[in-house]
Each structure stands twice: as structure tokens, then as C-alpha cells.
Ligand binder design. Structure first.
Ligand code: HEM
Length: 412
């Protein structure tokens, strides 16, 4: 027996579950490991003296409490490796967070999103028509990538010929959001190159919009910057980075996970076909059932007691959003995919897939719109979807999802 094997045999089931919950070969299903962790309690010792938060109540309490900071996450996950990711308000606290989020929220209102509906509908139909004509497709390539990528790029004002460039950059940065300890030297190098390419591309685009304003989000942010000198160049690029990466890779996984859940639960697919009006509540069930973002971190800024545990200032936790969403204490029949769970005035706990509190996802209305349109399209235009292989998963832990979803599609 190798020393590695004997070391693994000495680990307790809970320690093994901590490892399994992030193991690349279990990315297709980390949920059994999460159940072992929840059974061990709401706080389970994790790597580097952190605690994993496994249950819904505790996760919700921490995310809602502003005494827990998100600013230490880059240091926590990426150590001293000098990630070079431009600082974004995702990793800031008030007052900087309030100022920057406020500027973006002004440009990114519910009205902006509503204005995208017709364009998004057209895009979904075009992509669906092309996919149905081919029959056999990788649904990630045919639908899940192009929809959010095109929409976020058009919103920002990225020219069509550069969308593919942005897709590649953002995939390498999303991979790099995982803790550095889980990344290979090649992936670390790819992240550095991608950040460099991002800064070059978006630096140039913002300069062009400064000289020649257009009707897009980059111009709105540049003008907010110019008007009161309130957004530095670094802040502007950091904001764009989070809009592109958070607004793209996450939604790709939401769409992929949603289609997969319907394929694996054909009776729910039938139900959706019979009642396309369930598309909107079904979005929340997809988010709960198979979250696109599996974890976030928080660091205590004071002595804080949560449930039966008291944390000291500086203590860090890893909040397992994907585990909280499957907590049977919060959701009856938590492991079941039920597209009507969030429908028609039922009282259901909220899932934590968009986070909660100060950092609640700014793009939630856009992501919801995209997924709702995809579900409606599936209900109305697709008669059958057959899985052509067990889908492989990316190794990513934070923004988790498949790398391919090969299916055969038949029209109605
Ligand atoms: C299914 C799709 C999406 C999921 C699951 C998702 C998930 C999340 C989560 C969990 C957070 C909170 C992180 C934390 O508290 O640590 C967050 C924040 C954020 N998301 Fe999303 N997101 C999605 C789509 C989008 C889109 C489409 C955009 C924009 C175009 C976006 C922009 C942001 C921004 C700017 C923040 C930071 C908010 C802040 O710090 O105040 N997201 N998202």
C-alpha cells in the first residue's frame, strides 16, 4: 500500500467528504458528499483553518449579516500568488462597495433587462432553430454559451467579431476563480494571460467609448466616471470583469444544468410541456436543485455567534451554497427536482444560488429572463431530447458545470 493510500484510509468519513466535495471526479455529483457534511453539523472544519458552512439556516444567517466580509476572498482562495484580477466590488465592502454597485445598478436596471426581452427571445428562437436543424448537438455550444455571451456582450457594447475572444478569456478567468491550490501551473498561467488579454481588450474599448460614446453599458460607466471622477480606470475594468465573467459562465451552467435536470426527470419535462407557464418558477427550482455557483467565502470582522458557534475576528468560512440548497431541514424532499416547487403562492424557503445580503447577485433578473426563455422554448418547440453520453464536467469548484452536453433533439 502506498503512503498516500494509507493516509487516505486514516481519514474520517467527514474528512473524506470534505475532499470529495471538491474532487474533480465527483464534480458530476457532489451532493452525496454534501449530505455527509450536513450530517456532521452546520460547521465542518475545512482547509486552512476555515469552516465549511453546510446548512441553509446558518448559510443564510451569515450571508445576511454585514459583519461578515467578502473582501478577504482573493487572499483566502488565492493566497499571496498575486492573482492580478482587477479589484471588483464583488470583493469590496461599504463604502466602496456601495458607491460602485450603485453606479452599475443605475445603468443596469430592471428596465434595461426588460428592454432585452425581445432581443433575447429572438436569439433563443434562432439558436433553437439552428440546433433542431442539426439534430445532434452539444447544447452548451449551440445554446448555453451563445445566449448569455451575446446578451452580455451586446449590453456592454462588445462588437460581434470579438465575442469569441471574450468567451475564451472569460472561461480561463472563471477557471481561475477556484482556489490556487486546485489549479495546475498551466491553468495559473492561462489565468494570467487571460487577465492580461482582458485588460488590453476592455482597456482599448473603454478608451474608444470615451472618445466616441455609444448607446451601451460601457459608455454609461465611462460617463459616470467622467462626470464625477468617481470611477477610476482600475475600478471600471474591475467592474467590467465581474460583469463579463459573472454574467456569462454562471448563466451557461444554469442553462446546461436546467436542460440536464429535465432530461433526467422526464415527468417534469412533460409537466412543463403541459404548463409552459411553469417556466418562471421552474427557473428557481433549477437554481436550487443544481446551483451554478457552489461556494462563496466570508471572514468575520467582529466576534460573531452563529447558532452554537462563536467565531473570532479574522475567522473565515466557506459557505457551501450548493449544500444549503439541498438541506432537507429547509426544503421538503430536497433531493427531488420539482418544477412547481416555487409556483403559485407556496411558501418555500429561498435558495441561496444568487447569494444574499449586500452582495446579492446584480444580474439575477437577466439570468432569470434567459433561463425562462430557454425553458419556454424547450416546452414549446422540443418534442424529445436524448442524452448521447454521460456529460463530462469541468474541474471547476466555484463556478461548477459541464464541459459538454451532447444530445439529440427532435422538434414538436
Ligand atoms: C445563473 C446565473 C448567475 C448566478 C448563479 C450568479 C450568482 C451570483 C452569486 C452567488 C453572487 C454573490 C456572491 C457572493 O455573495 O459571494 C453574485 C454576485 C454578482 N453577480 Fe451574479 N450570478 C449569475 C448571473 C449574473 C449575471 C447575468 C450578471 C451580470 C450581467 C451577474 C453579476 C453579478 C455581480 C455584479 C455580482 C456582485 C454583486 C455585489 O458584490 O454587490 N451575475 N452572483
Amino acid at each position: 500500500m502506498s503512503s498516500e493510500q494509507s493516509a487516505v484510509q486514516e481519514l474520517s468519513p467527514v474528512q473524506l467528504a470534505v475532499i470529495d466535495s471538491i474532487a474533480p471526479h465527483l464534480r458530476h455529483d457532489p451532493y452525496d458528499s454534501y449530505a455527509v457534511l450536513r450530517a456532521a453539523g452546520p460547521f465542518v472544519p475545512g482547509p486552512h483553518e476555515t469552516h465549511l458552512v453546510t446548512t441553509h439556516r446558518e448559510a443564510q444567517t451569515i450571508l445576511q449579516d454585514p459583519r461578515w466580509s467578502h473582501a478577504e476572498e482573493p487572499q483566502l482562495l488565492h493566497g499571496d500568488s498575486d492573482v492580478e484580477l482587477p479589484g471588483s466590488f464583488l470583493w469590496m465592502e461599504p463604502p466602496e462597495h456601495t458607491r460602485l454597485r450603485g453606479l452599475v445598478s443605475k445603468a443596469f436596471t430592471a428596465r434595461t433587462v426588460h428592454g432585452l426581452r425581445a432581443r433575447a427571445e429572438r436569439l433563443v428562437h434562432e439558436l433553437c432553430t439552428a440546433a433542431l436543424a442539426r439534430g445532434e448537438v452539444d447544447l452548451l455550444d449551440a445554446l448555453a454559451y451563445p445566449l448569455p455571451l451575446t446578451l452580455v456582450c451586446e449590453l456592454l457594447g462588445v462588437p460581434a467579431e470579438a465575442h469569441e475572444h471574450v468567451r475564451r478569456i472569460s472561461a480561463d478567468i472563471a477557471r481561475g476563480l477556484d482556489p490556487d491550490a486546485l489549479l495546475s501551473p498551466a491553468e495559473l498561467a492561462a489565468r494570467s494571460a487571460a487577465v492580461h488579454a482582458f485588460l488590453e481588450f476592455f482597456g482599448d474599448l473603454t478608451d474608444r467609448r470615451r472618445r466616441a460614446p455609444a448607446d451601451d453599458l460601457i459608455t454609461a460607466l465611462v460617463q459616470a466616471d467622467d462626470a464625477g471622477a468617481r470611477l477610476t480606470r482600475g475600478e471600471l475594468l474591475g467592474t467590467l470583469l465581474i460583469l463579463v465573467v459573472a454574467g456569462h459562465e454562471t448563466t451557461v451552467n444554469l442553462i446546461g444544468n436546467g436542460v440536464l435536470a429535465l432530461i433526467r426527470n422526464p415527468e417534469q419535462f412533460e409537466r412543463l410541456r403541459a404548463r409552459p407557464d411553469l417556466a418562471a418558477p421552474a427557473v428557481d427550482e433549477v437554481l436550487r436543485y443544481d446551483a451554478p455557483v457552489h461556494l462563496t467565502t466570508r471572514t468575520a470582522r467582529a466576534e460573531i455567534t452563529v447558532g452554537e458557534r462563536t467565531f473570532a475576528p479574522g475567522d473565515a468560512v466557506i459557505v457551501l451554497l450548493g449544500s444549503a440548497n439541498r438541506d432537507p431541514e429547509a426544503f421538503p424532499d430536497a433531493a427531488a427536482f420539482d418544477i412547481a416547487r416555487y409556483s403559485g403562492g407556496r411558501t418555500v424557503r429561498r435558495h441561496l444560488s444568487f447569494g444574499l445580503g449586500l452582495h446579492y447577485c446584480l444580474g439575477a433578473p437577466l439570468a432569470r429572463l434567459e433561463m425562462e426563455l430557454v425553458l419556454r422554448m424547450l416546452a414549446e418547440r422540443v418534442g424529445a431530447v436524448t442524452l448521447l453520453e454521460e456529460p463530462p464536467y469541468k474541474p471547476n469548484v466555484v463556478v461548477r458545470g459541464m464541459s459538454r452536453l451532447l444530445v439529440h433533439l427532435e422538434g414538436t
